[in-house]
Design a protein around this ligand. Sequence first.
Ligand code: ACM
Length: 541
Amino acid sequence: MLMSSVSRRLCAAAACLACAAAAFAQAELSLIPRPDSVQSREGRLTLRPGCAAALPAGCPESYGRALSEAAGFGVARADAPAAAAIRFLPADRLPSGAAPKGEGYALLVTPDALSVYASTPAGHFYGLQTAAQLLRAAPRENGSVALPGVEIRDAPRFGWRGYMLDEARHFSGREAVMRLLDAMAYYKLNRLHWHLTDSSGWRLEIKAYPKLTEVGSRGSETDRRPDAPAQFYTQAEIREIVAYAWERQIAIVPEVEMPGHADAAVLSYPELDGGGYVQKGRTDKWPRFTFNPAKPETLVFLDTVLKETAALFPGAGVIHFGGDEVHFGCQKWPSLPEVQSLMKKEGFTTIEEVETWFNRRMAASVNGLGFKTGGWDEVAARDLPRDKTVVFWWRHDKPQVLRGVLDAGYPVVLCPRRPCYFDFLQLESHTTGRRWSGINPLGDVYAFPEGLGLQPSDEAKVLGLQACLWAETTVSQARRDFLTWPRLVALAEAAWTPQARKDFASFQSRLPAHLQQLRARGIGFYDPFANSPEITDSQTG
Ligand code: ACM
């Protein structure tokens, strides 16, 4: 029988799709983070518009949307796995090999179905992200997508895969944060450390202290006008963003800075003033840098702020209370009557003892609310409870501090300035940003934390890795994006992929497809392949 021209065209298209699928199967799949193990399997799976997915029971609508967007066509929801081309199944249904645990998952593509096996919602979620990446990268023809047969086994190296966003210095706002959360989830990052208060702005509505947002949220690092627009999150917005993140397996860890970095709060409630530091010849620094650490009103204020914060972030696990750089602003403490009477009462002879007393007092408050206390690495000198404290090691030039933190038995998040501070330059020829005996190029972020020489016994205490975007030099979202991406993609792979599977050349070969995907999400980035022009705020602000 003669073939009709339509069926000839369909056959040619099918052959073409088969060639493209074969070529696709030969090349390394452009998955980021690179999975623990990827094995090619016989055959391929063709997914057509309207194909059905049996999603994990009770999962949010966004799971189905993620698959549809990645496929480029509507994926219907199936009630039973047997009728579905995409299936989310319990770990014990895996046909062979060890069942995935915790955040791990297995993903099988056979000619019948794409199947994700996991024992937790997190495992299914990460399998979903890998499925979405496979779908986005696969060749398509006449609206169908062809996936090569593959078996993926995967689990993260570290449980804390984080990004810190400073919204105090310059405010990003709800839309940018939602977009960030979507991209973080796609790269299996699971902690947003939200730096919401600092000297240049207070961004968190506290009902008991309305002046924090009426007064303290006005302005920014570069706009100190008292009548600048108020920029902050209402409690309703916080709840919405926290729920949005939670749906994406991201816990948002709030940071409320104390006893330093407090100008915005003290400007709102001057009775809490503990003094600051005014550098000779400069007017741009912070005269109200600290709270008065011993005044009863300060303690009531901070307890109340922490209580409202705890209610807004119920699943955070950790409330970060800062604790860094107090030495910049505690010069006035010895002259404060409340500090003097505390020292007398407790028999303290040094201001360090006052700082330790304050840290322990506030850590007890955080712990009493059911949270661990997060603190910058200075808090390790304050002898806080090891089982209820998480230390964030940031001073890259003080490896002895990290050694002390590990030896003391604190769980630690590694976020040293180098290479984890993304306000540092990423290329020598860039002009705006920090450097400190060097810069933070993509390759250094990727290689982290291998250069630290951690022993296996140390690594057991390391919760994970975190990038930090301090926002002093980032007036615009375009610049924040430029500094963040693709370095955060590299950090995601460094935090997820086992050391033995890390390979920068391979990462670079997989990255271009992801730059295109970032662009499609409306996220800007520095393109290391095209050496795209630097974005400074003088161009975009
Ligand atoms: C810090 O960079 N002061 C934590």
